[in-house]
Design a protein around this ligand. Structure first.
Ligand code: FES
Length: 151
């Protein structure tokens, strides 16, 4: 191998090493700066389980994922099912249901809503957004399926 050919080979190796190093560093930075667009799931309907769901029976409520948003599903003392946006209208804390007091409660600033989603105490400025709840009959002797959808 001549000196010129050796020099050309070394120059090529050096340049490709710098190129590989630059790509190794720049690619993750570029991916971080411009993450891929993930479209938000267009959710209008969620199956929330069965009417004998132990969480609903014992606690009287459960939090569902409605796309990226939490939704609270209630089972009242009167055995009625209701669903509302799961975040408080004050500062977006997740709410919970106190069945014995029949109150949807936000523990961040003691906000309270009734079982219609209306504000009854604390700082929340607006009622909770209501969702529609349907019970789908699964046959005789079977628990119904709970379906929550946008109003
Ligand atoms: S965030 Fe719920 S009362 Fe403040």
């Amino acid at each position: 191998m001549t000196d010129a050919a050796r020099r050309k080979l070394l120059t090529w190796l050096l340049n490709s090493s710098f190129g590989a190093l630059a790509a190794t560093v720049l690619y993750p930075v570029a991916r971080f700066v411009s993450p891929p667009e993930i479209p938000e799931a267009d959710t209008n309907l969620v199956e929330a389980g069965l009417s004998n769901d132990p969480e609903l029976v014992e606690k009287g409520f459960k939090i569902l994922r409605f796309g990226n948003d939490p939704v609270i599903l209630l089972r009242t003392e009167a055995d009625e099912y209701r669903a509302f946006a799961g975040t408080c209208t004050h500062l977006d804390c997740i709410v919970e249901f106190h069945r014995t007091e029949n109150v949807i409660w936000c523990n961040c600033h003691n906000g309270e809503y009734d079982t219609q989603g209306k504000v009854v105490g604390g700082p929340p400025p607006r009622p909770l957004q209501a969702f529609k709840v349907d019970l789908v009959d699964k046959g005789p002797g079977q628990p119904s399926a709970i379906v929550v959808s946008r109003v």
